[in-house]
Write a protein that binds this ligand. Structure first.
Ligand code: HEM
Length: 276
């Protein structure tokens, strides 16, 4: 006789109960893949982007939580959330290995069907960049046709970034974060500040005395480290698949992505290492 899990109590009748698929809205998720071509690899391409967007959704949710905990002087809770965010990016990084199995020949079969659409227009990605401090206002423009998305991006730009919240916490811990850094125009990208680097140097020279700030610093570096790896994996995958062609979004392609590799989210934290 084949094993019947019902004998062990497995529920088999969902006519009047919420099932797995009901709770998770699985039907909605599994009917959201609509390839535009007959190319075999288009489904991979769609699912890779959709799953990335789901992880980005969680990353944004956790970035909000991390900032709220820092603002509430609850660094331990913030550190736990930041560890999770770094792991989300680790997950996104591993995902490139699946996409890399698509060759240029396979991608070419459906690339024209994408039109001008590109990850460049991912508003969740832009929200993440804004949330962590890379506030380039030029990136708002592809979203002008979507007032709901613009409202989200504008609301993010009006809030302190993750780095702003970290520096505010350092200031409340008694460290001499300059006023200009604490009262800066939040809509602007963060600019390197030698006085802020001096504060981090003080922390790194005496970790046991400034343990909380030291842990915050290392978690921020950890996050940026994973985020950089995501950018690098994207660039390498793109070069492997389209070489030096222009992007569907209209940029020069790999040279644009190489330029983005130079973005530093927390510049003082990287440069302070040379000083120690
Ligand atoms: C074969 C696969 C892929 C290719 C050839 C590709 C190509 C490109 C190119 C050329 C750009 C520059 C903008 C443009 O002109 O289009 C770009 C940007 C972008 N792509 Fe991809 N991409 C691929 C997969 C992905 C995946 C799976 C994601 C995950 C969501 C993604 C997310 C992004 C994001 C967020 C940007 C904006 C980056 C920034 O502005 O810094 N891409 N992509």
């Amino acid at each position: 006789m084949a094993y019947d899990p019902a004998q062990d109590g497995a529920e088999m009748d969902f006519r009047k109960r919420m099932s797995y698929g009901d709770y998770l809205q699985i039907d909605q998720i599994l009917t959201a893949q609509k390839p535009l071509s007959a190319a075999h690899d288009e489904l991979l391409f769609i699912i890779q982007h959709q799953t990335s967007e789901l992880w980005m959704k969680l990353a944004l949710y956790e970035l909000d939580a991390a900032r709220a905990q820092l603002a509430a002087d609850n660094s331990r809770a913030a550190l736990k959330v930041l560890a999770r965010i770094a792991r989300i990016f680790e997950q996104l990084n591993s995902a490139w290995d699946v996409l890399r199995t698509m060759t240029p020949s396979e991608y070419t079969e459906f690339r024209d069907d994408l039109g001008q659409s590109s990850g460049f227009q991912s508003w969740q990605y832009r929200l993440i960049e804004y949330a962590v401090g890379n506030r380039n206002l030029a990136m708002l423009r592809p979203h002008e046709h979507r007032p709901d998305v613009m409202a989200l991006l504008e609301a993010e730009l009006a809030r302190p970034s993750l780095y702003d919240e970290a520096l505010r916490r350092l200031s409340r811990l008694g460290l001499a974060v300059p006023d200009a850094a604490l009262t800066r125009d939040l809509r602007q990208p963060w600019q390197f500040d030698a006085e802020v680097m001096a504060v981090w140097a003080q922390v790194y020279r005496d970790p046991s005395r400034y343990w909380e700030a030291y842990e915050i610093a290392e978690k921020l570096v950890d996050f940026e480290d994973y985020f950089r790896r995501w950018r690098f994996n994207h660039l390498t995958t793109v070069e492997r698949v389209i070489g030096f062609k222009r992007g569907t979004g209209g940029t020069a392609g790999t040279s644009y992505l190489k330029r983005m590799l130079e973005v530093e989210l927390f510049p003082e934290l990287w440069r302070v290492r040379t000083e120690l």
